[in-house]
Design a protein around this ligand. Sequence first.
Ligand SMILES: NC(=O)c1ccc[n+]([C@@H]2O[C@H](COP(=O)([O-])OP(=O)(O)OC[C@H]3O[C@@H](n4cnc5c(N)ncnc54)[C@H](O)[C@@H]3O)[C@@H](O)[C@H]2O)c1
Ligand SMILES: O=P(O)(O)OC[C@H](O)CO
Length: 420
Amino acid sequence: MASLSSYSKKHKVTVVGSGNWGSTIAKIVAENTKEHPELFEEKVQMWVYEEDITLPKDSKYYDSSNDGPQKLTTLINKHHENVKYLPNITLPSNLIANPSVEDAVANSSILIFNLPHQFIARICKQLEGKILPFARGISCIKGVEVTSSEISLFSEWIGEGLGIYCGALSGANIANEIAAEKWSETTIAYDPPPVDSRAATPTVSPGASQINLTITPADEEHRDVLGRVSKIKLKALPSDYPPLDHAVFKTLFHRPYFHVRVVSDVAGVSLGGALKNIVALAAGFVDGRGWGDNAKAAVMRVGLLEMVQFGKEFFGKTVNTGTFTEESCGVADLITSCSGGRNFRCAKMAVERGVSVEEVEASELNGQKLQGTSTAKEVNSFLLARGKVDDYPLFKAVIDILEGKNTVDDIPDLLSRQID
Ligand SMILES: NC(=O)c1ccc[n+]([C@@H]2O[C@H](COP(=O)([O-])OP(=O)(O)OC[C@H]3O[C@@H](n4cnc5c(N)ncnc54)[C@H](O)[C@@H]3O)[C@@H](O)[C@H]2O)c1
Ligand SMILES: O=P(O)(O)OC[C@H](O)CO
């Protein structure tokens, strides 16, 4: 490999999303782009779903001469703080909030997708044809994409939609703790298909300042995690950029307070982050009912087994069971989510107050979004379509409690096969 100083281009990084976790990850990568000018452009773009914010009188940024609604992007760029989704955390000054997603991604070779999963479809549609064809992505989204009887990982789904390779980042990562720079770890999965540079065909796109290479994978077809022939025709990174490998992604995300392990099991990393949110709801239900830590540990144990079973049954070609049991994105994320995560906390409050989880989400989260409720529904519709719903009694109990078909008191009976 050439020395880093011999590359004439640097990677431009864009974070698509600016919620609680989106802003935290943007803070991390902006700190790293500043520290590594040999690899990255210093400025990081962060796409913000624009909204009007009226600062309360007790806000440190309140200005009586300008007390009407202000754009969230204006506030972030002026005060270097996401006052709505990550208050009281100073963001680096090289992080730029941008209300236009098309403008934010322009010329970026690294795209980090980090927004609640219910919004990603519309954003990807907007991005079609707007990104560099050789860009690479990392999805920080915890959820799965389900259509009728098909299921896919957001990393794959984004990759196929945009024609790029996309890896995944997931771990025991409660955003507020990491934003406060408390010590933690995460898992990144990055495993692009092999490319054969001998099969490269130079093409020049109109207006492009460089030659793009269309690469045919060495084995002529790349299969996704479900064994389907991938629709992605991967474009090689032009040789004037530093190569995008495990080391570069570690450099982009690793901080003294945020340690990164890079693996290749994209399915395991993505599924851990998606499915633990269903289990966290169950943990909140039993805790809210006052059954204590032993009951919570029991649903966590059964939940972990169902997560592994789901991975092996539907993604068995590539998924590594060890990812669930050994990495931050597996059992560690399950533990933190069932201790202090939003899904856990909202489910607990819902039971204590006798209201729905959605009502607690709306009243307590100030616009932040739960992923567990929609993931429980999506996984249930997938399992129903496959005739497998009864093989996953904890996942079924959670959706049935959310939909009012069962109550928390039914959990011991519903899990009797797993417990007795
Ligand atoms: N918050 C955490 O602790 C945490 C940690 C790890 C992973 N995650 C995962 O990261 C992903 C993003 O979570 P988050 O915490 O950044 O989001 P969040 O829960 O803070 O959600 C709010 C975000 O959604 C945006 N939004 C609202 N309506 C929208 C719309 N119509 N279109 C597009 N965007 C809209 C808001 O602008 C805001 O940026 C999720 O999949 C989540 O599971 C979250
Ligand atoms: O707050 P939650 O429940 O969305 O979970 C946050 C993170 O995923 C924990 O790793």
